[in-house]
Ligand binder design. Structure first.
Ligand SMILES: [Zn+2]
Length: 394
């Protein structure tokens, strides 16, 4: 029986890969969400600097996804919903090229197979074996050079493990019900912790246990723990300085790059699940909630999310302002988790009925946090410019 299942997987994965295609990159908050917040921030600036940001808004939106690109890069996505196509069995030249373009050597006559080993699943392409990670209705392919967003280590999770009850990849039907298999390549391993701060590890609200000064925090908890729990606030303060320096230098490319990256980190900590230890519902049997909220829901109901941020204002202390954002986000986290749990009640899957309910229950959180993120981004840009001595931006 096992052999039979395995061979089904082998042929399925070959066919699935046949329909591999390039796809736009998808990121936490969704790359789309980052672009929208950054674009909205461009409309919230005082007249002294708004022409510059208006002129470069497209590039700024693009660069606001850079930090996720530094973390890991989506190489390609394999659509898995085309059962009718699953019958030719050949690896096409096109497909070979897709792999090779992305640095995956795919020799002639190479086999592709999917197999379970010690409770984990792997896809083998040629000689190379890549662990697979699954989350909600999506699978992620990991390699020695691969990682996935929101997974803070490259370790693939157990499929069908405890606390992972809503989905186990054990039948052909379930494999075919997946929307996609995303193939990622890892970037800078140090980048991950800069996107979050799990503030509730530091005692009870309002988390006074954590010194806001980085050196003091490290002296108290050690560099390893401080890093593991997240560095976003300090990263934001650093990038504000970097943006000021870029503005002083007058180098447009540097300014746009730094402003885009700064926007990303600010936007990330507006997402309530970027500031709590239960960041993916993994502690409350709500695995995958992170993506369901910020990606699936925001994507599905994007048209109903209207951004109208407030005008930028000067920040007295960029680091303290970042810690304030973390506290603001924190108070939404339980609300969001509660909405996910209620939306799932009576639903077998996380399909459209679930998403509809989730949006009804928590769409307001997305709207509110995205608006606040755009306002904060504009305020940080404005503050960096004031601190640079109000240079003329071209
Ligand atoms: Zn991020």
């Amino acid at each position: 029986m096992k052999t039979k299942i395995r061979s089904t997987f082998i042929s399925l994965s070959v066919y699935a890969i046949l329909i591999a295609c390039y796809a736009p990159q998808v990121f936490p908050w969704g790359s789309n969400a980052h672009e929208r917040m950054t674009d909205a921030a461009c409309d919230s600036l005082p007249p002294e600097i708004s022409p510059f940001f208006d002129k470069h808004r497209q590039k700024l939106a693009y660069h606001s996804n850079d930090p996720d690109r530094w973390r890991r890069e989506l190489l390609f996505r394999i659509g898995l919903k085309y059962e009718d196509d699953l019958n030719s069995g050949q690896i096409t030249e096109d497909l070979r090229q897709v792999f090779e373009t992305h640095g995956i050597n795919f020799p002639q006559n190479a086999s592709v197979s999917l197999r379970g080993k010690n409770g984990r699943w792997y896809i083998t392409i040629g000689e190379q074996e890549y662990p697979i990670r699954k989350e909600a209705d999506k699978l992620y392919l990991l390699g020695d050079k691969a990682d996935i967003f929101e997974n803070r280590s490259a370790e693939p999770v157990l499929l069908g493990s405890e606390g992972d009850t809503h989905f186990a990849l054990d039948t052909k039907e379930k494999l075919l019900s997946l929307t996609s298999l995303n193939v990622y390549k890892t970037g800078d391993r140090a980048e991950g912790p800069r996107h979050f701060l799990d503030i509730d590890i530091y005692g009870p609200y309002p988390f006074v246990e954590l010194p806001h000064d980085y050196d003091e925090a490290v002296a108290k908890f050690g560099v390893e723990d401080v890093t593991k729990r997240g560095l976003a606030t300090w990263r934001i303060a650093d990038y504000t300085r970097l943006l000021s320096e870029a503005m002083k230098s007058g180098d447009t490319k540097k300014i746009v790059g730094a402003a885009g990256a700064l926007a990303h980190y600010i936007e990330d900590i507006h997402m309530p699940l970027h500031v709590v230890k239960n960041y993916n519902g993994q502690l409350t049997n709500q695995h995958g909630v992170h993506q369901r909220f910020e990606d699936d829901m925001v994507e599905a109901y994007g048209e109903q999310i209207h951004l109208a941020p407030k005008m930028a204002s000067e920040l007295e202390d960029p680091l303290e302002a970042a810690f304030d954002i973390v506290l603001d986000s924190y108070v939404y986290a339980d609300n969001l988790l509660h909405a996910d749990r209620k939306a799932k009640l009576g639903e077998a899957t996380y399909g459209t009925p679930y998403l509809e309910k989730l949006f009804r229950l928590s769409g307001w959180i997305a709207v509110q946090r995205m608006n606040d993120a755009a306002t904060a981004t504009a305020s940080y840009w404005y503050t960096a410019w004031l601190r640079a001595g109000k240079p003329e931006l071209k």
